[in-house]
Structures are given as structure tokens and as C-alpha cells.
Design a binder for this molecule. Structure first.
Ligand code: 5AD
Ligand code: SF4
Ligand code: FES
Length: 343
């Protein structure tokens, strides 16, 4: 198995069977992580890109069985930030030195294509890279936002197992999700996607297929995290996603997509204290500190126990940069595009 890791480090190619075997092999985890750390250093360097996350609406028309924002969850206090508040948070993010803001929300159709485009235009005036993460929309809507200046888009596929996808995201259509990713790619966005690890019914072979799907899509970013059961959802008593298997998946992603931007996600840290550092040392090169403030910060509750909810954005800024420096890494100064373009 270690020979397999060596070959992947040199060639960035593995078969589906090899990936499946490595995902299921705790005994190679350290070897995988060390190889991924070397590939990370060689291809994307020691800089860690910080992206300021603005959770601007927790209203969602979808009903994903694992997510606290699902429309049938009556326990969450819903909010929607207005345009001025979003711009003000972005301004503060810029003040913390973040070069990218990520605008994330549930699928909230109050934000029509025009409304969101107007916000994107205002953010671009601040000389920030702008990432959108607002779910499934039409080609025309994505095109309008791209013209308004949006640089990147995040839309996790969650799982490439169509039956598992449609079981846990009822009313959603796997083919449409793939259509969205292809449209975004065609429109020239940097495209981010990823896996929710631990959906009941998901197999190691399907997670291996996810990685090959990201290779084939030539994904610019891949963000993955373990399922954290939310008691206010139908998957509230499910088995949590496996932290260590997720770590092996991050390492394999780095070996097979050497240039990609890979975040150390909040869900990893929620499962294991200092989980983000462990993941940054296992192939990842991005962190997305939350810049949402006040009640909305608490109410963007995808899952329970989310770290940093009680901290201020400024505290997270100094906490994260201190932790990055303590690892012998540094906070990157550039916008962190994969495709080396101007914005
Ligand atoms: N546990 C972990 N991740 C979750 N997400 C939603 N609900 C949960 C949960 N309970 C993830 C999904 C979604 C992203 C925004 O958050 O993968 O794409
Ligand atoms: Fe809505 Fe996204 Fe949560 Fe699904 S995962 S319910 S689309 S916020
Ligand atoms: Fe939020 Fe450390 S990153 S408190």
C-alpha cells in the first residue's frame, strides 16, 4: 500500500480500486498525510489562504435531511442580512487582511439574480475576490453574477452516488447539480465542490468515485467535511462521519489534484480540537474564517457545536494567523487564485 502512495505522489494517478483501498486503510494514514504535505508544499507552497465567510441568509427552500437550515426545521431563527450589512462585513473582512469574501446562504430566492449581482458589484469595488455559494440556479443567473464580477462558486456535489444523493436531498435532482457545476465551469468561474462524508449508504467506492469526478471536472477547490448529526433533522441520530477517513480523503485529494485549493473545514475542527491544523498538515492550504457577526453567526446552524460561534471575527483572525505561524506556515498575501489570473 505504501508503494501505491509513493506512485501517487510522483504521478498523481491512482485507480478507483487503489483509492478505495487507501480510504479504508487507517495504517497508511500518516504515510498518506506526509506525502500529501510534500505535494502541497511543492505545488501550492506554504501560504495559507484565508477567505472571509459571510453567512448572509439562513433561509432555504430545500429540505436536505442532514442540514439545520432545511425548510422544515422550525427550530432555527431565520434571518436575512441586507445589502448594506453584507458590504459592511466585507469591508471589515478586508480590514482583517482577507482578500476573498465568500457569500454563503441557504437557497433563498429573495436574493434574485439582480439583487445579488448588485451586491457583487459593490464588493468588487472593494478589490476583493468574490466567491458565491448560494446553491442551484440557472445558467443565466450564474452568467449575470459572473458578469457582475464574481470570481468563484462553491457547490458541493455531496456525493456522486446518485441514489444516496437523492435519498438525503429529497426533491433535488443529481443531474441538475452536475449541470450547475458544468455551467459554472463553462462561465469561467473557479469552481469549488466537495463531499459530505458519512451520509448513510455512502460507500468507500463512491467516495473514491467522488475524487475521480473532481479530477475529471478539474475542480479548482474541493472542500470536504464529516457529517455532524443535527438533532433537529431527520439524520439527527445518524452515525457521525469518520474524521480519520475524511483526513485520508483530504490527503488523497492533494495527491490526485496537486494544484487545487483545499480548505481545512470548520466541521473537521468541530469534530476534533485543532482538527484544522491537522488537516492543514495533511494536504490543505485554505481556511475560511467566519466574519458573520452577532445573532446571525449563531443562527447559521447547519450542525450543532460549530466552533468559533461564540468568538468574534477579530478573535478568529488573530487565533488563526497565530496557529498558522506556529505550524511554520504563513498567511498568504495574494488572492489565492488557482488559475493565476488578475481580478
Ligand atoms: N454536518 C456536516 N456538514 C453539513 N452540511 C450541511 N449539514 C451538515 C451537517 N449536519 C454541509 C453540506 C453543505 C455545506 C454548506 O454544509 O455539505 O454543502
Ligand atoms: Fe439548504 Fe444547503 Fe442546507 Fe440543503 S445543505 S438545506 S440546500 S442550506
Ligand atoms: Fe475562531 Fe480560533 S479560529 S477562535
Amino acid at each position: 500500500m505504501e508503494a501505491c502512495v509513493k506512485r501517487a505522489e510522483a504521478s498523481h494517478v491512482l485507480t478507483p480500486e487503489e483509492i478505495t483501498a487507501l480510504l479504508g486503510a487507517p495504517e497508511v494514514e500518516e504515510c498518506l498525510a506526509a506525502a500529501a504535505d510534500r505535494v502541497r508544499h511543492a505545488f501550492v507552497g506554504d501560504g495559507v489562504h484565508l477567505r472571509g465567510l459571510i453567512e448572509f441568509s439562513n433561509i432555504c427552500r430545500q429540505n436536505c435531511m442532514y442540514c439545520g437550515l432545511r425548510r422544515e426545521n422550525g427550530k432555527v431563527e431565520r434571518y436575512r442580512l441586507d445589502a448594506d450589512t453584507i458590504v459592511e462585513l466585507a469591508h471589515k473582512a478586508k480590514g482583517y487582511g482577507y482578500q476573498t469574501v465568500v457569500l454563503q446562504s441557504g437557497e433563498d430566492l429573495y436574493f434574485t439574480a439582480e439583487r445579488l449581482a448588485a451586491i457583487v458589484r459593490r464588493l468588487k469595488e472593494l478589490d476583493l475576490a468574490v466567491t458565491l455559494s448560494v446553491g442551484e440556479r440557472s445558467y443565466e443567473e450564474y452568467a449575470l453574477w459572473r458578469t457582475a464580477g464574481a470570481d468563484r462558486y462553491l457547490l458541493r456535489i455531496e456525493t456522486t452516488d446518485e441514489a444516496v444523493y437523492e435519498r438525503w436531498d429529497p426533491g433535488m435532482d443529481y443531474a441538475n447539480r452536475v449541470r450547475c457545476l458544468r455551467d459554472l465551469r463553462a462561465l469561467g468561474y473557479e469552481v469549488g465542490t466537495g463531499t459530505l462524508v458519512g451520509l448513510p449508504g455512502q460507500s468507500l467506492a463512491s467516495i473514491a468515485a467522488d475524487i475521480l469526478f473532481y479530477q475529471q471536472l478539474d475542480a479548482d477547490m474541493v472542500g470536504i467535511g464529516p457529517l455532524i448529526p443535527n438533532p433537529d433533522t431527520p439524520l439527527g441520530t445518524a452515525v457521525p462521519g469518520d474524521f480519520h477517513m475524511t483526513r485520508r480523503m483530504v490527503a488523497l485529494l492533494r495527491l490526485l489534484l496537486p494544484e487545487a485549493n483545499i480548505p481545512a473545514t470548520t466541521a473537521m475542527e468541530t469534530m476534533v480540537p485543532h482538527g484544522r491544523e491537522l488537516i492543514l498538515a495533511s494536504g490543505a492550504n485554505v481556511v475560511m474564517p467566519n466574519v458573520t457577526e452577532g445573532d446571525p453567526r449563531r443562527n447559521y446552524a447547519l450542525y450543532p457545536g460549530k466552533v468559533c460561534v461564540a468568538d468574534t471575527p477579530a478573535a478568529c483572525r488573530s487565533c488563526m494567523s497565530g496557529r498558522i505561524r506556529a505550524m511554520g506556515r504563513f498567511v498568504a498575501k495574494d488572492k489565492g487564485f488557482r488559475r493565476h489570473r488578475q481580478s
